[in-house]
Design a binder for this molecule. Sequence first.
Ligand SMILES: Cc1cc2nc3c(=O)[nH]c(=O)nc-3n(C[C@H](O)[C@H](O)[C@H](O)COP(=O)(O)OP(=O)(O)OC[C@H]3O[C@@H](n4cnc5c(N)ncnc54)[C@H](O)[C@@H]3O)c2cc1C
Length: 551
Amino acid sequence: MALYRDQQVTGQKYLVRATSQGFVSHNNISCACAKPSTADDVRAVVLDMSAMNKVLEFNHDKETVTVQTGITFEALERTLLEYDMSLPGVVIAPQLSAMTLGAAIVTSAHGSSLVGPATVAAFLQSALLVDGTGDIHTLENPAELLEGSMGMLGVVTEVTMYVQAKRKMAVRQMQAEDFDLVADLRDIIDNSEAMALDVTWNPTAGMYQARVWHETDEAARGDAMNAFMHPPADWLAALADRVHADQVDIHDREGHMCEIIGELSHFPAFVHSPDQHPDDGTPPDTAIGWLNQMASAGCRTAPEPAHEAGAGAGAKAGAGGAAGHAKHGKAQQQPHRSAAASHSCLLGAAKWTPHELAIHSQDFSAWLADARAVLRHARGCPPFVLNFRFVGESDAPLALSSGRQVVAIELSTLSSHRASAAGFPLKHSRLHEELLQMTMCKYGGRPQWAFATNRLLVGAPCAVRDLYGPAFDKFMDQRVSYDPAGLFMPPMWEDIVEKRPGTYYPGCAARLDCFCMADEHCGPAHRCVPGEEFPEFKVCAPSEDRSKHEL
Ligand SMILES: Cc1cc2nc3c(=O)[nH]c(=O)nc-3n(C[C@H](O)[C@H](O)[C@H](O)COP(=O)(O)OP(=O)(O)OC[C@H]3O[C@@H](n4cnc5c(N)ncnc54)[C@H](O)[C@@H]3O)c2cc1C
C-alpha cells in the first residue's frame, strides 16, 4: 500500500515481484528487471516469500490445509504425510519439489493426470491476495483468477487447499520402440485405467519410456522416491566436462551426447530403501511408493526451514514474512540463482535450460509426425529428449491449458556453462529451434510461463498473446482492476502485450534471447538458415555442415 501511495503522490515508479530464495525461473517475467532506458526511474522491489512457509491450519474433518504460499511442495507434503494426508489429486506437483506453492499456482505449473486436474490451483478452496493497491482480498474458489496470472494481480500470501488421505501408487515403467507411439499411448489411456501417465521420448534412439500410474494398497511394501535429479555421484562429477566436449564438437564427430543420454535413460527413475523393495508378487518393472514422493524430487540436501503444523481442526500457528529491496534491474538478465541446484544434483552438474510448450491434445498425432520429420535430420544425438505430460482443461484465462486439454511437451536442454559462456550455441540448435517454432506457430503451442526462455515469450515468429485468443484480453481487464498502477507488471509483459519484436544483438540466438534473423545472431562458426522441414522458420546451423557431406 505504501508503494502504491508513494507512486500516486510522488510519481516514483516501482516494480514488485514475489519470489523465494530457491527460485529457478528462466525468463524475465519472473524478474524484477527494469528496462535500461527506465532503470534510473524505477525502484525494483523483491518480496522474498521464503520465510512465509508456515502451515497455519490443518482441518482433518474438512480435509483442508491453510498454508502460507512460500512453502515448498516438498515441505508441505512432508507435513501432510505426518498426518497421513497428502497433496490432492493425482500428479499435480511439478517435478521440482523445491518450488513454492505460490509460484506453482500463478505460473500454472503442473504434473500429469488422466483423471482430473493436473494443477494445484484447481484444488484451492480460497486464497488471500494483496493487490497492487494494498487491498487484501479473500477469494473463494480462486483458481480461475489466479492460475497463470504470473503474480500480476498482486501477492498471494495464503491459501486454503483441499488435501486427501495419503495414497500409494504403483508405477509401471515401460520401454518400447517408438514406431507406434501414439497408438501405444492411446491404448494405455483407454484400456489400462491408469490415473496418470508421463512419457519420455528419445527419438534418436527410436525409443520411449512411459510411466503408468495406478493406485495401490496402502499396505503394499515400497517407499519409492523419484530419483531423476540424482544420478550416481561419479557420473555427475564427470558430466560438466563431457557436456562441454559435446558442445564444442559442433559437427558431432565424437558422439558424447549419445552416450550421456543413453546412460541417463538407464538410471532408475525411482529408488526404494533396501528394506522396502516391493514384494515378489510385484512385477519387476513396477515401483511402489507414496504418490508425491514419486512425482517430484528436490536438489537440496540442507533441511527446509522449520515449519509448524497444528493438529486437528482449528489449530493455528504463527505467520512470518520478509521483504527486501533490490537494486534497479537490467533488462534481459537471466534470473538464474538456483539454490535448488547443487553439484550433487543433475540440475547443478551442467546447464539445464527448461523449455515447455503445450498443444491441444487432439493435435498430438499430427505434431508427432512433424516432429519426426524435423528430427530425421539429426546426425548424432541432440542434447534433449522430449517429455509428454497430460493436463486437463482449465477455465483460467492464462492457464497453460486454458480452454483446452493439452499435452505439455518439454524439450529441456543440457549444455555446458563453459561452452555457452564462450558463445557456443546449443548443440543441434537447428533442430531444437525448428521444433520450438513449429510447435508454437503451427500448433499454437503455448510456452509454459516459467518453463520457457525469453525468446519464446518475446520475438518468436508468432506472438504469445495470440495463442490465448480473447482470454488474453479478459486477463488484461482483470489485471487492471487489481493492479491499476502496474506495480506488479514486469516490463516483459508490456512487450508481450504489444507484440514487440525480440532483442537482437550479436550472439542473441546462442544466448536464447532471440531466434536468428542474421548470421551474427548465431555465435561462432554458425549461420542463420531456413529450417529443413519448415523453411519459414530461421535456425542457427554450423557454418559448414560437414556432417552431410560425410554421410
Ligand atoms: C528442474 C525444474 C523442473 C520443473 N518442473 C516443472 C514441472 O514439472 N511442471 C511445471 O509446470 N513446471 C516445472 N518447472 C517450471 C516451474 O513452473 C517454475 O520454475 C516455477 O514456477 C518457479 O518456481 P519458484 O518457486 O522458483 O518461483 P519464482 O521464480 O519465485 O516465481 C515464479 C513467478 O511466480 C511469481 N510468484 C511467486 N510466488 C508468488 C506469490 N506468492 N504470489 C504472487 N506471485 C508469486 C513470481 O513473481 C514469478 O513471477 C520446473 C522448473 C525447473 C527448474
